[in-house]
Ligand binder design. Structure first.
Ligand SMILES: C[S@@+](CC[C@H](N)C(=O)[O-])C[C@H]1O[C@@H](n2cnc3c(N)ncnc32)[C@H](O)[C@@H]1O
Length: 382
């Protein structure tokens, strides 16, 4: 199908059928076609590679990406691609997955007449959806990348939306347009900026994807108190790219793993798959094991190696997993025993009775943030 209206209607119907779109947001999604905001060149993952797709070369393929329920990669390497192949490429902007956009807008609990600050303008589609619902001059959006910010400003104006788009670091919010009733970050934070609480009216809400180095996938809904402290719980599972200055280091097996340095060899009977691949377990591991990234390397015949890499200290651990095996060889190198740290974190999570994501909460004050379990007085030193 190459008719954008038909494709858009089909996507909205799918999102409605899956229950993510409320009637209010359904009308908004119908009124704001996604392809009007997506740039003519986007990128797709092809195995390990990122390949460009140009609208001029293949309009049908481009439209299929615009109207699939998937994120669309709209920028790599901060707009300065370093050459072909994934090794040189980092995804630095995308149009978020429509289903995730819908779930976050519903979770924002926003009503017409409210003022909203969005962090991470990207294509401008989410800002347009908000503006369609809230009306002119209610939405402020901050984008750190000047080219993306200017493009989004232009596209929003062309589409008839009065949104203030500012180029700058969204971690500082937008003091000139404050106070807001809602802040929605469409970019993940490890440390949630307190400026967002300071710029939100008491009783207002800050919705932010919250990530650790190990785990990216917790949407936190924080309510702002009169004291500008914000607190709240994990309400959904969403993965986003990080705020630019919180990106940290990428793990690279080529750069960070030097087998020649010699490794400490042992065995474990803990199968890594339920530990590392399970949402609630990996969330808990991320709280206890900082500066640790997981890289899974698949081999032939369903065997794989689970790598734990600390790119800061150069420590790494590798578990080789053969199908059907009950014992797994472990290699560890560097000042940290990363696999031991992960096993300790699992035992800690077991002792807490394996809490699920919805039991974790976050409090952000002017001094910093802390994590708690069930109630704010059950604080976890993470
Ligand atoms: C997943 S995209 C946002 C998608 C967007 N809301 C849309 O509708 O297309 C994340 C965006 O956050 C931006 N970003 C990263 N760090 C930022 C920061 N510190 N302040 C503002 N924007 C930031 C990125 O450049 C990227 O465009």
């Amino acid at each position: 199908m190459t008719d954008p209206e038909g494709l858009s209607a089909r996507l909205v119907a799918e999102l409605t059928a899956s229950g993510v779109l409320t009637p209010e947001w359904r009308a908004v999604f119908e009124a704001v076609p996604r392809h009007r905001f997506i740039p003519d060149t986007v990128w797709v993952e092809d195995g390990d590679l990122l390949e460009p797709v140009d609208r001029a070369d293949d309009e049908a393929a481009w439209l299929a990406l615009c109207y699939g329920d998937e994120a669309v990669i709209t920028q790599v390497d901060d707009g300065v691609p370093a050459g072909p192949g994934r090794a040189g490429h980092q995804v630095t902007s995308s149009a978020s997955q429509p289903g995730v956009v819908a779930r976050m807008l519903v979770a924002l609990e926003v009503e017409p007449g409210m003022d909203v600050l969005e962090i991470g303008t990207g294509t401008g589609w989410n800002a347009a959806l908000l503006a369609e619902r809230l009306g002119p001059d209610r939405v402020t959006s901050v984008e750190i990348d000047p080219a993306l910010g200017e493009r989004a400003r232009r596209v929003l104006r062309r589409e008839g939306y009065r949104v203030t788009v500012d180029v700058g670091d969204g971690a500082s919010g937008h003091p000139d347009r404050a106070p807001f009733d809602r802040v929605i970050a469409t970019v993940a934070a490890g440390r949630v900026p307190h400026a967002w609480a300071e710029q939100t009216r008491p009783g207002g809400r800050v919705l932010v994807p919250w990530a650790t180095d190990f785990h990216n996938g917790a949407l936190v809904s924080l309510t702002v108190g009169r004291d500008a402290v914000m607190r709240g719980r994990i309400v959904d599972n969403v993965a986003f790219m990080r705020l630019r200055d919180q990106r940290g280091k990428r793990a690279s097996l080529v750069r960070d793993v030097r087998e020649a340095d010699g490794a400490r060899h042992s065995f474990t009977r803990t199968h890594p798959s339920p530990v590392l691949g399970e949402y609630d377990a990996s969330l808990a591991i991320g709280l206890r094991v900082p500066h640790c990234k997981l890289v899974v390397e698949f081999h032939d015949d369903r065997a794989y190696t689970a790598w734990l890499v600390d790119p800061w200290s150069g420590s790494w651990a590798a578990l080789d997993v053969e199908p059907g095996a009950e014992k797994f060889p472990v290699r560890q190198s560097g000042e940290r025993d990363l696999w031991q740290e992960v096993e300790d974190a699992c035992r800690w999570w077991d002792r807490l009775d394996r809490p699920t994501a919805d039991r974790w909460g976050l409090t952000v004050t002017g001094e910093g943030q802390y994590v708690w379990l069930d109630t704010e007085d059950h604080r976890i030193d993470a």
